[in-house]
Write a protein that binds this ligand. Structure first.
Ligand SMILES: *[C@@H]1O[C@H](CO)[C@@H](O)[C@H](O)[C@H]1NC(C)=O
Length: 128
């Protein structure tokens, strides 16, 4: 009896672990506990990004309330100057997910008020 239970537990545990091994995409909650909000200092999102590894297929989850923030994906020039000349994508409905589909650099900021100037901007580099 004890052996049987042990065996079935082993089988269940093995099956339970298989998806963890085969699914490689990670969801990154941007800003961790702060979410996507005005940071307390300008380098906050850089510091957050430095602690992460981004690979193709990963998802960025921006947690924010609609109306209080947006997420615009822009090019490097817009990111550097907090301008919106080349918006690639706009998210505004709250709690938005963005899938990192290709290797390369991704640039985002909140287009509300002066949020970008105050450091609510994110640059991530995605490796293959
Ligand atoms: C966004 O996610 C947070 C945390 O899971 C949740 O508390 C909040 O209600 C969500 N807001 C919206 C607008 O979906």
């Amino acid at each position: 009896m004890a052996v049987k239970m042990h065996l079935s537990f082993f089988i269940l545990a093995t099956i339970g672990c298989m998806p963890l091994v085969s699914v490689s995409s990670t969801t990154h909650v941007v800003g961790h506990k702060l979410g996507w909000n005005l940071p307390s200092y300008p380098g906050f999102y850089d510091d957050w990004a430095k602690k992460q590894t981004f690979v193709v297929g990963d998802v960025l989850l921006f947690q924010y309330h609609p109306g209080q923030n947006t997420v615009v994906q822009v090019d490097k020039n817009d990111y550097d100057h907090c301008t919106t000349r080349n918006i690639l994508h706009t998210y505004f409905r709250g709690n938005s997910s963005a899938t990192l589909e290709k290797p390369g650099d991704y640039f985002y900021f909140s287009s509300v008020g002066k949020h970008c100037d105050f450091g609510q901007k994110l640059h991530v580099t995605v490796s293959q």
